[in-house]
Design a protein around this ligand. Sequence first.
Ligand code: ADP
Length: 198
Amino acid sequence: KEYSGNSQLPKKIDTLPDVNLDNSKNAVLADKISIFEGDITTLQVDAIVNAANSSLRGGGGVDGAIHRKAGPELLKECITLNGCAAGEAKVTKGYKLPAKHVIHTVGPYGEKTNILQGCYKNSLDIMLDVKLRTIAFPCIATGIYGYPNLPAAHVASREVRKHLEKNHDAVDRVIFCVFLPEDKVIYEGILQSYFPTQ
Ligand code: ADP
């Protein structure tokens, strides 16, 4: 297991999971969750998620890194998609990336929880529709878009938990790709409460 409880974080957290934890599924679900620290463009998975902007024409941060690695064909396909609203998601091929697909989603500008929830939910729904079994998420909206890191990690974990409770048979792995040491500490601290291992 790549995560463990982190003693630096308070045990009592502000936003406890508002999901009905079906404890009988805990072992199955926790087994499908990983943290990866590093560059999402190196991951050989069915889909990496891009924290894009609504034009889908590339940008800074993780968006820039994904377009650079995928090559210009990615931008060409993105242009045919006519943009993407905040909270929605659209899928393309991965081109020169080791990932087979990119799911582009647009986070909220600022702390709009329902939009961030939509990013995770709609990305996971696409995963299901296209029959992809492995997916990696960056910390959507927590960079240039300014969503606070800890609440964002709670939203991410909660949406993934909700999705896996219903669809765990269709999913092999969900990776939380953290780029900043701060996010690693956060995810290590909270994942145990959404995906208990015992
Ligand atoms: P947003 O505009 O949605 O805030 P950013 O790209 O600015 O998106 O930031 C989202 C997260 O992606 C941040 O945690 C940032 O550190 C991280 N990030 C930046 N580059 C990469 C990368 N190559 N792989 C994974 N995560 C990345």
